[in-house]
Design a protein around this ligand. Sequence first.
Ligand code: HEM
Length: 133
Amino acid sequence: MPTITKLFSMAEASEHVSSDDCWIVVDGKVYDVTKYLDEHPGGDDVLVQSAGKDATEEFEDAGHSKEAREHMNTFFIGEIDPSPEIIEKMEISKQKKPSSSSLFLSESSLLWALPAAVLGISAIIGFLYLRKK
Ligand code: HEM
C-alpha cells in the first residue's frame, strides 16, 4: 500500500524554530526534534540554530553515525514540497530560452522568406532562360 507523506513548504518549516517547537530539514525531509532537544548528544543549540532551514550540510558535517541516521526516522513528520521549486526552475529555464528575435529567422518571418526565396530563384532562372534565347 502506498504511504502518504505530508508535504510542507519551506516557509511552513521556518515557522518552527524555537526550543518548544523545533523542526529541522535534512535532505528534503522534515523532522520535529522538539522532544529530542534535551537528548541530542550534539546539544540542543545546534538544532535550534539550524531549525527552519535546510540543515543537510550541518548534519553531514557533524559526521553522524548510522545509528543517529536511523534514530532520525523517529522524528520524521513529512517532506518539503518540491513543486514550488520545480515551477520556479521551469520559469527560469523558460526565461532563458532564446527569444525568437534573437534567431536569424523567426517563425513569422519564415512565412515570408520562403515564398520570397522561391519567387527570387524562379525570377533568376527565368532571366537566365530568356537570355539564352
Ligand atoms: C533528527 C535529527 C538528528 C539526530 C537523530 C541526531 C543524532 C545525533 C547523535 C546520535 C549524535 C551522537 C554521535 C552519533 O551517533 O553520530 C549526534 C551528534 C551530533 N549532532 Fe546530531 N542529530 C540530529 C540532527 C543534527 C543536526 C541537524 C545537527 C547540526 C545542525 C547536528 C549536529 C550534531 C553535532 C555537532 C554532534 C556532535 C558530534 C561530535 O561531538 O562529534 N545533529 N547527533
